[in-house]
Design a protein around this ligand. Structure first.
Ligand code: ADP
Ligand code: ZN
Ligand code: ZN
Length: 732
């Protein structure tokens, strides 16, 4: 029997820490990992904590206090769960505590923290003191689900009025969005479709496989991948096991949940993502733990929800970079964590995409877990795709941006009463502001990137740090007044289209247009219902839309995505173009896709035009091998940043030197290559100069152990910040 319990606490000012407490005799038979307990903590008195481990030994100088009480005998997580978190900490070279803090909603057990979170939330939204007074009211709303809320709302109009007058209604509205499942309580249940041709083959192939290596379904857009997932889900729950289904972002996860609810009823389903309310999170967590949930849908953080007895994990649109958390630590990739999870549960892991990640495709090919679906469901034809060479079409184009062929197609489509998507992957009005006399580009004072003109509030804005400034009256370099907004963003295209087609309903969707959290879903719904003729937007519109009435997609500057100096730029550009082209022809009508470009021969554009993933892959993989980029190496990226450029550079040189010395000492220079330091592409962000060191790791998890050891040895001056990113999604 263990003497001590290791408990996790969350203390103001101290953060998340673990401490040892003595286990009283009477608790010994019942205490378990994952239980919430109450412990005495200095001047704070009794606080809540979680049991995360046991030991028989304490250093002699430490005298442990007793655990006061077990708050709930039912544990909230298991030992296996902690093992998964431990793996994440090791792989991503960060503290276990950081991972725990991210994964386990400590606030759940802490009443005070709950109110605090709410206050924080209101403060963030710019509420006044008077609004804080309605905290109690809001607290009430936090605890009810939608149906109850509606009942409640009807009976307490006065309450709503009061909230409204205090400007708090937005928060309550957000609350509806945060409890999205209740929205679907009215969906009608449907039977699963019988799978057809390719679908059936893929399904049977997957059933035969006995592996928990990732299985990849590469299926063109609308090939019916989702229906295959559904059949596999049904089999899994029929066999008594549970399913985890990930989508890349909250809006898609909500859409997916709705579709799942239709097929499987809402009782066994739950949704999990970073925006669900604390109350909802608590409820779902409890249900998961009681094994009452059979299908959990969610965004990347759902990979850490304590779903039990998993038989199947599905990751849809697996190529999306949103599966990787870039900040804060742990900078995990949900796909990789899911791989570990599948291993722990001996579950099947299925990745699906029309444009798989190069690494996923490469791995699936090699491990013979690749399944292809080359045709659309019902053999619906893929859209016809045309490349408009702007070198020749620019002259005649409207304001030099909207080519004649695109204008004609828009006109023809509108006449048929069909709908249009226009992609322009830059938000704002223009893309940079330049002096036409000396060439100076106006940059953010904090970041070495151009400021971007926003017509809505008539200001220049930095897309990194959000700093704004008014339009300079003269060039800061030469004093001339020839400053000009160049390049094209969503706002400019929206304006031009409204000039060209004044009588139709044109709506823009990008992160600036989404003032409210649920706006995105609202706009997409209204587009789906045919209330919007032309939807203009950033890559947000390339995903998930399944509207049979869309028969034209226009891409304003198809090369924009290829121009970033990053090894994944071609891949990202290809994916975006292919995905957006896939929005067309999902119903009985076929459609057209027009790519406007100044670089018509670029391979990624050509293969996107032909919707030929394989050919893109075959070209891209050669370049990756030649430059030893993933999948031929794994990268661990160090970023050192500091307000002082010289100090940032010096620190990064020192780190590189010490890394190299340690690599030599361990005799692993063949397997662990240290590159740099070099200045980052974004050399200054938020006032911090940035230098990077890239470690190419060819020794798998041993490389991670090595880096973790290294990190424990170094101490950096206070003004230098070190970020370690394992498998970074870009190296900008
Ligand atoms: P994907 O996930 O590959 O983009 P979906 O599964 O969403 O494709 O399928 C595209 C459309 O075709 C959907 O509206 C879906 O309901 C329909 N569909 C797919 N397979 C079948 C089937 N076997 N029977 C009837 N409809 C199907
Ligand atoms: Zn100038
Ligand atoms: Zn900035």
């Amino acid at each position: 029997m263990n003497k001590y319990a290791l408990v996790l606490v969350n203390i103001k000012g101290l953060g998340v820490k673990t401490f040892s407490y003595l286990i009283p005799e009477e608790m010994k038979p019942v205490i378990q990992i994952g239980q919430a307990v109450s412990v005495a903590f200095g001047r704070q008195g009794l606080i809540n904590a979680f049991v995360v481990g046991f030991s028989d030994y304490l250093p002699p100088e430490i005298k442990a206090k007793k655990i006061s009480k077990i708050l709930d005998e039912k544990p909230l997580f298991s030992l296996e769960y902690l093992k998964l978190l431990e793996w994440v900490a090791n792989y991503y070279c960060c503290d276990f505590i950081t991972v725990l803090n991210m994964a386990i909603p400590l606030k759940l057990i802490d009443k005070n923290a709950k109110t605090e979170a709410l206050v924080e939330f209101i403060k963030k939204d710019g509420a006044t003191k008077r609004q804080l007074e309605v905290l109690d009211l809001l607290e009430k709303f936090k605890k009810v689900n939608l149906t109850e809320f509606e009942k409640h709302a009807k009976t307490t109009r006065a309450t709503i009025k009061k909230l409204e007058s205090l400007g708090c209604l937005k928060i309550v509205e957000d609350e509806l969005y945060r409890n999205p499942l209740s929205i679907f309580s009215d969906v009608k249940k449907e039977e699963l479709y019988a799978l057809q041709g390719e679908q059936q083959k893929v399904y049977e192939g997957i059933k035969k496989l006995k592996t928990n290596n990732p299985i990849l379904i590469h299926g063109v857009t609308a090939s019916g991948k989702t229906e295959v997932y559904f059949k596999l889900i049904k089999d899994t729950i029929d066999s008594g096991k549970n399913v985890l289904f990930l989508a890349p972002e909250i809006a898609l996860a909500s859409q997916l949940t709705k579709r799942l609810a239709r097929k499987f009823g809402i009782n066994d389903i739950a949704i999990w993502h970073s925006s669900i309310s604390e109350g909802e999170r608590y409820d779902v967590w409890q249900k998961l733990y009681r094994n009452e949930i059979k299908i959990l849908a969610g965004a990347r953080s759902a990979v850490f929800a304590p779903l039990k007895n998993i038989g199947l994990i599905i990751i849809d649109e697996e190529h999306e970079s949103a599966y990787k958390q870039t900040s804060p630590a742990p900078r995990y990739d949900a796909r990789l964590v899911a791989e570990k999870l599948a291993e722990f549960h001996n579950a099947k892991l299925i990745l699906g995409s029309a444009t798989p990640d190069i690494t996923s495709y490469y791995r699936a090919q090699n491990s013979k877990t690749l399944f292809e679906m080359k045709h659309r469901y019902n053999n619906a034809p893929l859209a016809k795709t045309y490349v408009i060479n702007m070198q020749t079409h620019m002259q005649a184009a409207y304001r030099g941006v909207i080519s004649k062929p695109l204008q004609n197609e828009i006109k023809a489509t509108l006449e048929k009463g069909q709908q249009i998507i226009i992609l322009i992957n830059r938000r704002g009005f223009s893309t940079y502001t330049q002096c036409q006399s000396c060439g100076t580009v106006i940059e953010c004072p904090n970041c070495a990137i151009p400021m971007i003109w926003h017509s809505a509030d008539s200001r220049l804005r930095c897309h990194y740090c959000n700093q704004t400034m008014s339009f300079p009256e003269e060039c800061p370099t030469c004093g001339s007044d020839a400053l000009h907004n160049s390049g094209t963003g969503t706002q400019k295209i929206e304006m031009f289209l409204k000039e060209l087609f004044p009588d139709v309903n044109i709506v823009r969707i990008d992160s600036d247009s989404l003032i409210r959290k649920n706006e995105h879903i609202k706009i997409l719904n209204s587009f789906q219902k045919g209330e919007i003729d032309i939807l203009v937007g950033t890559q947000m519109i390339a995903k998930g839309l399944d509207n049979p009435n869309v028969t034209l997609v226009g891409v304003i500057s198809a090369d924009a995505s290829f121009n970033l100096p990053d090894f994944r730029a071609s891949e990202r550009g290809f994916q975006l173009l292919t995905q957006v082209a896939g929005r067309v022809g999902r119903g009985e009508f076929t459609g057209n896709v027009l790519f406007q470009t100044y670089n018509p021969d670029f391979y990624a554009l050509q293969t996107a035009r032909e919707q030929n993933y394989k050919q893109f892959f075959d070209t891209e993989i050669v370049a990756r091998e030649e430059f030893e980029y993933p999948p031929f190496s794994k990268i661990i990226r160090f970023i050192l940043s500091c307000e002082n450029q010289f100090r940032a550079e010096k620190a990064s040189q020192e780190i590189a030197l010490r890394l190299n010395t340690m690599v030599d000492k361990f005799g692993i220079s063949e397997k662990l290559e240290v590159l740099g330091p070099t200045m980052c592409v974004f050399e200054r962000l938020n006032g911090q100069y940035r230098f990077q060191i890239l470690v190419k790791n060819r020794m798998e998890e041993k490389g991670h152990d090595f880096i973790s050891r290294f990190l424990h040895q170094i101490v950096l001056p206070k003004d230098i910040k070190l970020t370690v990113d394992v498998d970074p999604i870009d190296i900008l």
